[in-house]
Write a protein that binds this ligand. Structure first.
Ligand code: ARG
Length: 283
């Protein structure tokens, strides 16, 4: 259901569809997966979680650590627009590569509570972040691991390669992927991103949003990748969750990079939610 919302958001708010068929052809000739990506090595992104309703994938999410010592967690981070219109029968699947063939390493648990950011604005897509508390913790394993959060206010350099991974559409108006796909996209400075989106009448907030993509298009997240992670290697070389797939105009269009929630802006909020929601964090 939420997946439909994502498409509606893209069509309604961000004007995908319509007389843009040339854009689609241009994308088609460049790439064919996440958009323009490749199949992830199974287990390469063990924090990538599939949020599902009635057994069908609608958004991504990322498993985060809730305790320094416990090797399990009952909290995932996603986009507010993924859960904004309700989360009946939400389940979270971790340790999965092919959604059609979850292997022995897969763990699926029910969501029991979702909290989206109190200042999330569906009209502007500001503060597009939410947490989901799971009914029982996901146990860390070879296929299930948390991703590190950035430091509060940590700045992501411009023009460095970030990775986005998800099960979303492999091209604008295309089909979702049953296997986890990934693509590398360079980060884009605030002024450049702001200038690109101002042409479309969309405001970009320096603190709440982070852009990543190629000026020429061809590689991007797409519908169904929403809520999933954009990550960069941190100080110790380990991946850090710097972005959450939030929105774009179409997918992989030239001059229209993907827009991500800037996670470093929300660390105190995330930590507060973890404290309030997680059973595992307290023990
Ligand atoms: N809002 C979309 C969703 O619900 C994700 C859009 C990401 N688009 C992009 N071109 N990067 O799945």
């Amino acid at each position: 259901m939420r997946f439909v919302l994502g498409v509606v958001v893209a069509v309604g708010l961000l004007g995908c569809g319509g007389p843009e068929e040339q854009g689609v052809d241009a994308v088609e000739s460049i790439g064919q997966e996440i958009v323009g990506g490749v199949e992830a090595r199974p287990g390469a992104h063990p924090w990538n979680v599939s949020l599902q309703q009635y057994g069908s994938h609608f958004c991504g999410a990322s498993l985060i650590r809730v305790s320094a010592t416990k090797e399990e967690s009952d909290i995932v981070v996603t986009a507010a627009h993924c859960v904004y219109d309700g989360t009946a029968r939400l389940t979270a699947s971790a340790g999965v590569h092919d959604l059609n063939r979850p292997g022995a390493g897969a763990q699926t648990v029910n969501g029991v509570k979702t909290v989206y950011h109190p200042a999330y604005n569906p009209r502007t897509t500001m503060n597009d972040i939410a947490v989901v508390k799971l009914e029982k913790p996901l146990k860390f394993s070879a296929t299930v691991q948390p991703i590190l959060l950035p430091l509060p206010g940590e700045v992501v350099p411009d023009n460095v390669e970030a990775t986005v991974a998800g099960w979303g559409l492999t091209r604008e108006n295309g089909q979702p992927s049953s296997v986890l796909l990934q693509v590398g996209v360079p980060t884009i400075g605030h002024e450049d991103l702001r200038a690109m989106y101002s042409k479309a009448g969309i405001a970009i907030d320096r603190y709440a949003m982070l852009g990543a993509g190629y000026r020429t298009g061809g590689k991007d997240a797409c519908q169904g990748d929403s809520g999933g992670p954009l990550f960069l290697p941190g100080a110790q070389g380990k991946p850090v969750l710097q972005g959450i797939v939030s929105f774009g105009i179409g997918c992989a269009r030239a001059g229209m990079p993907g827009v991500y929630t800037r996670v470093s802006n929300y660390i105190p909020w995330i930590n507060t939610q973890v404290r309030l929601l997680s059973d595992t964090a307290r023990q």
